[in-house]
Design a protein around this ligand. Structure first.
Ligand code: UD1
Ligand code: UDP
Length: 360
């Protein structure tokens, strides 16, 4: 079976690391990888391929730093060319970025079946580019791999049972990655010692959502919250390039030092040691849970509703007072992490089995 995997953004490298590792175990699958180029800095891209031994992409389209239309359109064009030169049995996409929708659209129009990993997630906020990408990708996919029961239910509510597709609850591939790379991260990462964090009660912060960074009021409010928090807590903030750009463009200053984006091994060690995670990332919310660290989500909604329902994470939006108060409240909490919310770390194996059963 010939699979064309399309990826391009940081979280997709982490997800693909888990899945590609399993695909490589069988000679029945030949995976070709297209990197759209959406993320391109060494610390946003290459570092993950190196650390996590993801096979080098067969193609890099080098498409990035464009508006939604130009980026998605040019990616589609590049992916279509590849699909026309060689025949593939399946195109695989992850998550909800512009690389995801570009891959799915290019393939479906050429009648190449699409497998969507992380299908069925919804924030019900149609202003998010990710929500648009994920709904449309789901609709044109043949294999919908859902990480949670809620994701399956979302698809049922939208009538997907009546479409020509298979809905498979496989669990979360990010959990597979967390389980597989955790030990390797402890032995390879030196960030805790290098940054002298052993005895620090630090807060791990990430921020990059369009809804927070492109809204000056929200960005100003978050910056002000972080500056206030930094007087009380040590803040470790690996800053996304989008956010660095917006801070400069808007003349906003953080009164503490940030760090460049870090690789997966370092972020895992930071997640394990942090007192609290404060983020607007999709992936980091779950990883905080995997590594048993309470989490505050700087958004109004999340697709990972089970984290909120079980009290592992709390939505705080972008309001300064809410963020500051919630950090004080949540930082000391002692939660019971025995719940299994995202499967048994076998999500990638279930994907492989489902794909192979297609060719039988
Ligand atoms: C994208 C995804 C978002 C995902 C995030 C993961 C879309 C619409 N958004 O957002 O869903 O959560 O990735 O991190 O697909 N940049 C660099 N260097 C890089 C990468 C980006 O400088 O390596 C800059 C770009 O030039 C651009 C900005 O960051 O100015 C935003 O990049 P873009 O890929 O458009 O969106 P993200 O915010 O990264
Ligand atoms: N991540 C990382 N280094 C960082 C910040 C994040 O390796 O400096 C990882 C994080 O652990 C998670 C993924 O990148 O696995 C999440 O990516 P991001 O927050 O960019 O995107 P999202 O999940 O919100 O789409």
């Amino acid at each position: 079976m010939k699979i064309l995997t399309v990826l391009g953004a940081r979280p997709q490298f982490i997800k693909a690391a888990a899945v590609s590792r399993v695909l490589r175990k069988t000679h029945k699958v030949k995976e070709t990888i297209v990197h759209t180029g959406q993320h391109f800095d060494q610390k946003m891209s290459d570092i993950f391929f190196e650390e996590m031994s993801i096979p080098e992409p067969d193609f890099n389209l080098e498409i990035n730093s464009l508006g939604h239309g130009a980026m998605t359109g040019r990616m589609m064009e590049g992916i279509e060319d590849i699909l026309k030169k060689e025949s593939f049995d399946l195109l695989m996409v992850y998550g909800d970025t512009n690389s995801t929708i570009a891959g799915a659209l290019a393939a479906s129009k050429l009648h190449v079946p699409v497998a969507h990993i992380e299908a069925g997630l919804r924030s019900f906020n149609m202003k998010m580019p990710e929500e648009i990408n994920r709904i449309l990708t789901d609709r044109i996919s043949s294999l919908l791999f859902c990480p949670t029961a809620t994701a399956v239910q979302n698809l049922r509510n939208e009538g997907f049972e009546h479409y020509d597709c298979s809905i498979i609850k496989n669990g979360d591939v990010m959990q597979d990655a967390a389980l597989f790379y955790s030990e390797m991260s402890s032995s390879k990462s030196t960030i805790i010692q290098d940054s002298q964090l052993q005895d620090e009660d630090f807060v791990l912060v990430t921020l990059h959502r369009q809804e927070n960074t492109d809204d000056i009021d929200k960005l100003t409010s978050v910056v002000s919250a972080l500056n206030q928090l930094s007087k009380k807590y040590r803040i470790v903030f690996p800053i996304h390039p989008r956010t660095s750009k917006r801070l400069i463009e808007n003349g906003l200053n953080l009164t503490f030092e940030t760090i460049e984006p870090v690789g997966y091994f370092d972020i895992v060690e930071l997640l394990k040691q942090a007192k609290l995670v404060l983020t607007d990332s999709g992936g980091l919310q779950k990883e905080a849970f995997f590594f048993e660290t309470p989490c505050l989500v700087m958004r109004e909604q999340t697709e990972w509703v089970e984290l909120i329902e079980h009290g592992y994470a709390k939505l705080v939006g972008a309001k300064k007072e809410l963020i500051v108060d919630a950090v004080d409240e949540m930082a000391g909490s002692n939660l019971d992490y025995s719940q299994n919310l995202y499967g048994q770390g076998k999500a990638s194996e279930i994907i492989l089995d489902s794909i192979l059963s297609l060719s039988n």
